[in-house]
Design a protein around this ligand. Structure first.
Ligand code: SF4
Ligand code: SF4
Ligand code: SF4
Length: 722
């Protein structure tokens, strides 16, 4: 066991923590996994860092640091050790300040909790192994799907960063919608002018191959070794491209309201969509489609298909600006044109407000109301509308009716999601991993999304989005030579039974199921056709696969099952029937931030609580929960990110919820009471939500009494789960 011992460094935080350090020192020095215990006043300062260095040398990297939040000190300590050529990957942290001393008034209880948590982390540390820096060479090539403004910008940015790029476009020409815009607010330039420089750069760039009239059929592989299968209009035979990453930049599609009878779109040629009018204007061909006559009187109808539960619930964001841009373009060509815009609300962001004002100054008539109906009579288009400010109906006969139609995600986005592995929002846009911090990233590592395919974006937004996406990919691909500490899931192929749960549920699509062709000689009964394969270097280290794997074949290399179980047992070693304990697993994303804020604000909650960090709530399995109860916890809670806000990939907290629900059912079935387990979600700065949750679980501990394990019923859940 000597090899598994760790040095413990306990910080007094400048002698300001109200803990009994003598008692801690005595208790820790008697722990079988503690090699030594040192109390230090400021481990984060130079002298403290030197001490850590010394302990790392002496104990082969196994050091437990009991101090303030590792969010604050870990980067400093890592940097210090790394700059001195030392391994920091085995260091373990216990937050005795924000999670203990600062939140419990009773010094004895806080000290007891501190000792328990150090014992727990010593057990975790005993199972730790040093992690190596690994290197993987991948093609320095990226495929961009979509040749609109975002795709072009992404291709140019990636090329500037040193990548070979293949730009695939479905249509015959590049430029997407933007090339057809007569004017792009707030620049005053036309779409063509905005694109010209970029198209020239694209043409001159030898590192970018452009393939138009090309359709992506499907994709296989993973980041670093994707194979894109495609066909062209000229050749239906499938061809392939080997590429390291894929940028989805397929833009948007304008809603065609043929099914909305009231607008007569598709039946009356003089009823157009706003984008169709843009095309007309940019081609300099403003005329009435039915007879080619001059256009003098135009009515624009806002929110067609948008803000409508039946078609698109949300505002499409761009169409008010498109209507204003087109109105100004018309006035430029036909100064005496009469333009009415019938709207529910006019929504223009940023300096677009200025063009809205300009259009009003130039005579565009904005009428708050709705269209009642459109019909044709005597060769004219008749429009009846209701002016809600005047409370009056009007009838007019415009030359053109222009519908500001909803902005939708492009066709095929959902279909491609099946092969590209990204998730799709309810409205059909590609779902970004986490809107606040992980923009552009999708569920599938190596597949990013930029521009309108994620949500309606103005031209300048699509451009910056594409640049950000390119930089993000560059961070991942590192120019084609990925190097880093492989911190994540490691697979023991011998234990894998090929159930594919990991591949189905990994929030980043990392595990691949590989056909086992070399197992033919084996007994048919024993043969598993597919076995998982996990590239640890690509893994995001959430532990979801581990919590689901039925055989323990896939486990995090920094938090194996044995490590977590021994930490649970050691933390709860002193739990007794007269001191019911609430064990809280908290994710190291939103929950840790919130719990740390609880600490810095010195908000009190009961000390009969023990906290164990996990990278993502999805790392916690039913077994872990039951293990905690079996080890003496009275109640168990999981603190996780808010719904739909799982930082790792959007699903870790949902998987944790399933584990909690099943654990509750098992507990109810064996008479242990399902209320002993619960999950609580929180954003990163919601201290009250955490204290309310943990108080609730402590209350349940008291109500439900000592854990049944103390009455000798341990092991019952195993029988029930058979
Ligand atoms: S941008 Fe304007 S027209 Fe478009 S949905 Fe929003 S409010 Fe309606
Ligand atoms: S979940 Fe486990 S057993 Fe199932 S395929 Fe993945 S590694 Fe293999
Ligand atoms: S740890 Fe998470 S990201 Fe890594 S393979 Fe498992 S489920 Fe995927």
């Amino acid at each position: 066991m000597a090899d598994n011992k760790s040095a413990v460094l306990v910080c007094t935080c400048g002698k300001q923590l109200q803990l009994d350090y003598e008692l801690i020192k005595n208790a820790v020095s008697k722990m079988k996994l503690a090699a030594s215990v040192t109390v230090h006043d400021l481990v984060c300062q130079e002298e403290g860092l030197a001490k850590i260095s010394e302990l790392v040398d002496k104990h082969g990297g196994r050091v437990v640091i009991a101090a303030c939040t590792n969010q604050k000190i870990q980067p400093r300590i890592d940097e210090h050790l790394e700059s001195n050529g030392k391994d920091s990957t085995q260091l373990q942290y216990v937050n005795i300040r924000e999670h203990s001393a600062w939140v419990h008034e009773n010094q004895d209880e806080a000290t007891r909790k501190t000792i328990d948590m150090i014992r727990g982390v010593l057990a975790r540390s005993a199972g730790s192994t040093p992690r190596q820096v690994e290197k993987k060479d991948v093609p320095s090539h990226v495929t961009v799907v979509g040749g609109g403004i975002a795709g072009i910008e992404a291709a140019l940015s990636l090329s500037n960063l040193g990548y070979e790029v293949t730009l695939i476009e479905l249509e015959e020409e590049l430029g997407g919608h933007v090339i057809h815009l007569p004017v792009v607010a707030p620049t005053g330039k036309s779409g063509k002018e905005i694109l010209t420089g970029r198209l020239d750069a694209l043409q001159k760039n030898k590192g970018i191959s452009v393939m138009t009239k090309t359709r992506v059929k499907f994709v296989e592989g993973e980041m670093g070794s994707f194979i894109v299968h495609y066909t062209t209009d000229e050749n239906e035979d499938e061809k392939t491209i080997e590429t390291s990453a894929i940028v989805m930049a397929t833009g948007f599609r304008e809603f065609k309201p043929t099914m909305m009878d009231e607008y007569r779109y598709g039946r009356n040629p003089d009823v157009l969509t706003q984008f169709e009018l843009s095309c007309m204007l940019s081609e300099g061909a403003l005329a009435r489609p039915s007879d080619g006559e001059e256009v003098k009187d135009i009515v624009m109808v806002q929110c067609v298909g948008s803000r409508d539960e039946e078609y698109k619930r949300d505002c499409s964001k761009l169409c008010c600006t498109f209507a204003i841009d087109n109105s100004l373009s018309i006035i430029e060509r036909v100064p005496d044109a009469k333009i009415r815009v019938i709207y529910m609300d006019i929504r223009v962001p940023f300096e677009h407000e200025m063009i809205y004002k300009e259009s009003r100054d130039k005579g565009v008539d904005y009428i708050r109301g709705r269209i009642s109906r459109i019909w044709e009579k005597d060769g004219k288009t008749h429009v009846q509308f209701y002016d809600s400010l005047l409370n009056q109906y009007f009838e007019i006969t415009p030359d053109l009716v222009v519908l500001s139609s909803a902005i939708l995600p492009p066709e095929g986005t959902r279909e491609l999601s099946e092969t590209l592995g990204y998730l799709v929002e309810d409205d059909g846009h590609i779902k970004e991993l986490y809107g606040k911090l992980r923009r552009n990233e999708t569920r599938r590592r190596g597949v990013i999304a930029v521009g309108g395919v994620t949500r309606p974006q103005f031209v300048f937004e699509a451009v910056t989005d594409a640049q950000a996406g390119a930089l993000m990919l560059h961070t991942e691909l590192q120019g084609g030579s990925i190097e880093g500490v492989a911190r994540g899931a490691v697979l023991d192929v011998d234990d894998c039974v090929g159930c594919s749960l990991c591949a189905q549920q990994c929030p980043r699509g990392v595990p691949l199921m590989i056909e086992q062709t070399d197992k033919e000689e084996e007994d048919e009964e024993q043969k598993f056709i597919f076995i998982a394969s996990i590239d640890t270097l690509l893994c995001h280290a959430c532990g979801v696969c581990q919590s689901l794997c039925p055989t323990g074949a896939t486990q995090l290399n920094f938090l194996s099952n044995d490590q977590l179980w021994s930490e649970i047992e050691a933390t709860l070693e002193d739990a007794g029937p007269d001191y019911p304990i609430t064990l809280c697993f908290y994710c190291e994303e939103c929950s840790v931030s919130t719990i740390d804020i609880v600490g810095t604000r010195k908000m009190n909650y009961p000390a009969s609580t023990r906290l164990i960090p996990v990278p993502c709530a999805g790392r916690v399995s039913i077994i872990d929960i039951l293990k905690a109860l079996e080890s003496g916890a009275s109640t168990v809670m999981i603190a996780a990110c808010e719904t739909d806000r799982c930082h790792i990939g959007g699903t870790g907290n949902e998987i944790a919820q399933v584990q909690v629900d099943v654990a509750r059912e098992i507990l109810t079935a064996i008479g242990w009471n399902g209320e002993r387990v619960d999950m609580f979600r929180m954003f990163s700065a919601e201290p009250e939500r955490f204290t309310t949750a943990i108080n609730e679980m402590v209350k349940r501990s008291k109500e439900l009494g000592p854990t049944p394990v103390h009455k000798g019923t341990s092991g019952k859940w195993m029988e029930a789960s058979k």
